[in-house]
Design a protein around this ligand. Structure first.
Ligand code: BGC
Length: 729
C-alpha cells in the first residue's frame, strides 16, 4: 500500500511543478484591493492584483476580512490559477478582533501568563471566524522608550517578562493544533531592534551594542521560536547600519541558522522597497535581490519580488535555491494550517455570526482588563469607594468616551463599542454627577490621522470645578487619547495632553479627595500628579470592557494586582530610564559634583518597573538561599497578606552577577510568581535558579555561566525587597 506522503514530500512535488514566476508569486503579499464580492475590477492597481491572483502570482493577502470576501479571493486562486495553491490571509489582530482586550502593554502589567494566553485565544477565535488564518502579533520588541508610540503594542522593557509573554501569546493564537479552524498562525515581530528607535521617533535608526542585542533584544524572539511561532516579521529600522530587512546576520545566521527556525519571514509593510531610501539598495530590483539573499521570504506590499525577483534569478544575481527555500517555508505553514486539505476551512459564515462579540469573549476580556490595572498610589486609602458612597463627581472627557479606551491597533473593531467609565460606574450607583471639563480631543480621531489636542479653549473648566467643590470624592479620568499611541505616534512630551493638568490642578484646589484614573498607552511623566494627588490608578486602554473593569476596581470588587512592565520617568530628560541598567564607575553621591547624576533631576524614576499596590498589604520575610548545588540554587521567602482583604501579589526575583567578563546589569528579573492570599494568610514562595537564569551571552553570542558571587532580591517591585548573596562555582 502506498504510504501517505509527508508534508515535505508534498512540498517537493509542488516545487517541481512550479514555474519560477509561480514560486516568486508565493513570496508576494498584497494588501486588500477591492470589494471581492462586487464587480470584477476593470482597470488600475486592483485589476493588476486580480490578474496576479489568477496567475498564481500571489501567496498571501492582508487586510481582507469576512468569510464571504475571503472565500471569494480564495476561490479565484484555487479554481483559476494553474496549481491552485491556497492563499494565507493575514491581519493585525493585536489585542482582539471585534471584542477587544486591553492593549498589550496593559496585559503585560497583569504578569498573568494564563490570562494573557486566554486573551490571545479569544482574539484567535474571533479572527479565525471571519476567515483569517494569520495574525501579525505578538510584537515582542523590548523597549525602554516611552516616547515611541508602539510600546503600547509590546510587553514593556524587560526581556525575561517579555519572553514569557511572547510564549503565552503565541500559544494562545496557535493553540495546540494549527489545523483547527479556530487557531491562527502567529508572527513574532519586529526582528529586530525596532524598540530602540533613536530618540523614540518611529521608523528611526537603532544602534545596539552586542551585549544589549544578545541579552535584551533577541531572547524574546528565541523564546518565540522555542514556542513554535510559525512566522517572523522583520522591520523598518536599520540595525547598526544595515536594514533589518536586508540583514543576513539576523535572518540567516541567527534566526534560521543558530535557532533552526523553519517557518517564514515576512517583511514589514514595504520594508523591502524602503531599503532604497535607506541608502542600502540602488533601486527596487536591487532591493528584491538583497531581501531574498538576506532571508526575507515574503514581500509585504512593495511588489519588489513580483516585479524583479524572477529576472534576478534569470540573470544569475540570485540563486534559485534561495527562492525554493523561501517558498518551501511558506508552503509548509500553509500545509500546517490545513489550507491544502480545505482552503475554505476558515470560511464558515455561521461560525462568523456566532463567535463575534460572544458572551464568553466579553467575560474573558473583562477578566483580563481587571488584571491589567495598576494601583500606583493610594494615600489615605481613598480607594476602594464604599458601595454607598455619596456625591461622586466624575470629571474628564475620557470618562465619557466609548472609543478611546479601545486603544490603538483595533482595525476591525466598531467605533464606540467600548463600555465607558461613566457607564461602568453607573451600573453600580446613581450617586454620580459628571462634568466633562474642557474638550481635549477631536471626536473623529482615527488610526490614520494625528489626534488634535485643545490647549487653549477652557470652556467647561468652571463647571467641572463647581461640581468638584460640591462633591465628596472626585474621580478624574485623564490621559492620552487611544490614538495618541501606536505606530507613528511618537511624542516628545509625556505629560497629560492639552488642558488636562490645568483642570486637575483647578479641581484639586477646591477638593483634595481626588482619585486620578489614568488612561494612556505608555509611561507618562505625571510628576506633579504623583506629588499631589492622593490616589492614582493606571488603567491604560483596557478595551471593550474598560468601564466595567475600572468600576469593579473602584468599588473593591476586584483588588488591583497589576505591576508596571515599564518604568515611569520623572521627566523626558531621564529617558532612556529602565531598571536593569549598568552601574557607572561613579554610582554614589559625592560632596562635589563628580558623580553620575543630573544637576536638575534625581536619578530615580517616578515609578519603577514592577511597582504596583493592592488594597491589602504584603509582608516579605525569611529569605532563604540554598546554593549547595550551583546548577539549582534555591531562593525562597515568606509572603504574608497582612492587610484586611484578600489579594494577589506578583512576587519578583532579581539577581545581580557581581563580577563578569561582560558586565551584568545592577538587577535582572529572573523569576516571578503571582500568588493569591486571603487576609492573614502566608505562603512560602520558592524559585530555582539554573544556568538559564545565571548565565548570559558574551560578545561572540555564546551563552556562558561564570562562577562567582551573586546578589539576589525577592520583593514586591524592582526597587523593594529582601536581599541576600550566594556564590556558584
Ligand atoms: C507595521 C506592522 C504591521 C503591518 C501590517 C506595518 O506598518 O509596522 O507591525 O503588521 O504594518 O499592517
Amino acid at each position: 500500500m502506498a504510504q501517505e506522503k509527508t508534508t515535505e514530500e508534498k512540498i517537493d512535488s509542488l516545487l517541481e511543478q512550479m514555474t519560477l514566476e509561480e514560486k516568486v508569486g508565493q513570496m508576494n503579499q498584497y494588501n486588500g484591493f477591492w470589494d471581492a464580492t462586487g464587480p470584477v475590477p476593470e482597470g488600475g492597481n486592483a485589476a493588476m492584483k486580480y490578474d496576479h491572483l489568477k496567475k498564481g502570482w500571489v501567496g498571501s493577502m492582508l487586510n481582507v476580512v469576512g468569510t464571504e470576501e475571503i472565500r471569494k479571493l480564495q476561490q479565484i486562486v484555487v479554481e483559476e490559477s494553474r496549481l491552485g495553491i491556497p492563499l494565507i490571509f493575514g491581519y493585525d489582530v493585536i489585542h482582539g478582533y471585534k471584542t477587544l482586550a486591553p492593549i498589550p502593554l496593559a496585559e503585560a502589567a497583569s504578569w498573568d501568563m494564563e490570562a494573557i494566553e486566554k486573551s490571545a485565544r479569544i482574539a484567535a477565535d474571533e479572527a479565525s471566524a471571519v476567515g483569517l488564518n494569520w495574525t501579525f502579533a505578538p510584537m515582542i520588541d523590548i523597549s525602554r522608550e516611552p516616547r515611541w508610540g508602539r510600546v503600547m503594542e509590546g510587553g514593556g522593557e524587560d526581556t525575561y517578562l517579555g519572553s514569557k509573554i511572547a510564549k503565552a501569546r503565541i500559544k494562545g493564537f496557535q493553540g495546540d493544533d494549527l489545523s483547527k479552524p479556530n487557531t491562527i498562525a502567529a508572527c513574532a515581530k519586529h526582528f529586530a531592534g525596532y524598540g530602540f528607535a533613536e530618540a523614540g521617533r518611529d521608523y528611526n535608526t537603532a544602534d545596539i551594542g552586542t551585549s544589549t542585542l544578545f541579552n535584551s533584544v533577541l531572547p524574546p524572539f528565541k523564546a518565540a521560536i522555542d514556542a513554535d511561532v510559525k512566522t517572523v516579521m522583520n522591520g523598518f529600522n536599520l540595525l547598526n547600519g544595515i536594514p533589518v530587512t536586508g540583514n543576513s546576520f539576523l535572518q540567516r545566521d541567527i534566526l534560521k541558522g543558530k535557532w533552526g527556525f523553519n517557518g517564514f519571514v515576512i517583511s514589514d509593510w514595504a520594508s523591502i522597497a524602503e531599503m532604497v531610501p535607506h541608502g542600502f539598495a540602488e533601486n527596487l530590483s536591487h532591493a528584491a535581490e538583497l531581501g531574498t539573499k538576506a532571508g526575507s521570504d515574503m514581500d509585504m506590499e512593495s511588489s519588489a519580488y513580483v516585479r524583479h525577483l524572477a529576472q534576478n534569478v534569470k540573470n544569475g544575481k540570485v540563486d534559485e535555491k534561495l527562492v525554493d527555500d523561501a517558498v518551501r517555508r511558506i508552503l509548509r505553514v500553509k500545509f500546517e494550517l490545513g489550507l491544502f486539505d480545505d482552503p475554505y476551512r476558515y470560511c464558515n459564515p455561521e461560525r462568523e455570526q456566532e463567535r463575534l462579540y460572544h458572551d464568553d469573549h466579553h467575560a474573558g476580556v473583562l477578566d483580563m482588563a481587571m488584571k491589567s490595572i495598576v494601583l500606583l498610589k493610594n494615600e489615605g486609602n481613598l480607594l476602594p469607594l464604599a458601595k454607598d458612597q455619596k456625591k461622586i463627581a466624575v470629571i474628564g472627557e475620557l470618562a465619557n468616551d466609548k472609543n478611546s479606551p479601545l486603544g490603538s491597533w483595533r482595525l476591525a473593531s466598531d467605533n464606540n463599542s467600548g463600555v465607558s467609565f461613566l457607564e461602568g460606574l453607573k451600573s453600580y450607583t446613581d450617586e454620580v454627577s459628571y462634568a466633562r471639563g474642557p474638550k481635549i480631543f477631536n471626536d473623529d480621531a482615527s488610526f490614520l490621522h494625528e489626534v488634535q489636542v485643545n490647549s487653549t479653549d477652557t470652556s467647561g473648566m468652571d463647571e467641572a470645578v463647581a461640581l468638584a467643590k460640591d462633591s465628596d470624592v472626585v474621580l478624574m479620568v485623564l490621559g492620552e487619547h487611544g490614538f495618541q499611541s501606536g505606530e507613528a505616534r511618537s511624542r516628545t512630551h509625556l505629560d497629560l495632553p492639552g488642558l488636562q493638568l490645568d483642570l486637575l490642578k483647578a479641581v484639586y484646589e477646591v477638593n483634595q479627595n481626588v482619585v486620578l484614573i489614568l488612561m494612556n498607552g505608555r509611561p507618562m511623566t505625571i510628576t506633579w500628579e504623583t506629588e499631589n494627588i492622593p490616589t492614582i490608578l493606571e488603567t491604560w486602554q483596557l478595551g471593550t470592557q474598560a468601564g466595567n473593569a475600572i468600576a469593579k476596581v473602584v468599588f473593591g470588587d476586584y483588588n488591583p494586582s497589576g505591576k508596571l512592565p515599564m518604568t515611569f520617568p520623572r521627566s523626558i530628560g531621564q529617558i532612556p530610564i529602565y531598571y536593569n541598567r549598568f552601574s557607572t564607575g561613579r554610582p554614589d553621591p559625592e560632596p562635589n559634583v563628580f558623580w553620575s547624576h543630573y544637576v536638575d533631576e534625581v536619578n530615580d524614576p517616578l515609578f519603577p518597573f514592577g511597582h504596583g499596590l493592592s488594597y491589602t498589604q504584603f509582608e516579605y520575610s525569611d529569605l532563604e538561599i540554598d546554593s549547595s548545588d550551583s546548577k539549582n540554587v534555591k531562593v525562597s521567602a515568606n509572603v504574608k497578606n497582612s492587610g484586611g482583604v484578600s489579594g494577589e501579589e506578583v512576587v519578583q526575583l532579581y539577581i545581580r552577577d557581581k563580577v563578569a567578563s561582560v558586565v551584568r546589569p545592577i538587577k535582572e528579573l529572573k523569576g516571578f510568581e503571582k500568588i493569591s492570599l486571603a487576609a492573614g494568610e502566608s505562603k512560602k514562595v520558592e524559585f530555582v535558579l539554573t544556568d538559564a537564569e545565571l548565565g548570559f551571552y558574551d560578545h561572540n553570542y555564546d551563552f556562558v555561566v561564570e562562577p562567582g558571587s551573586f546578589e539576589v532580591m525577592i520583593g514586591t517591585s524592582s526597587q523593594e525587597g529582601l536581599t541576600g548573596h550566594f556564590k556558584i562555582d
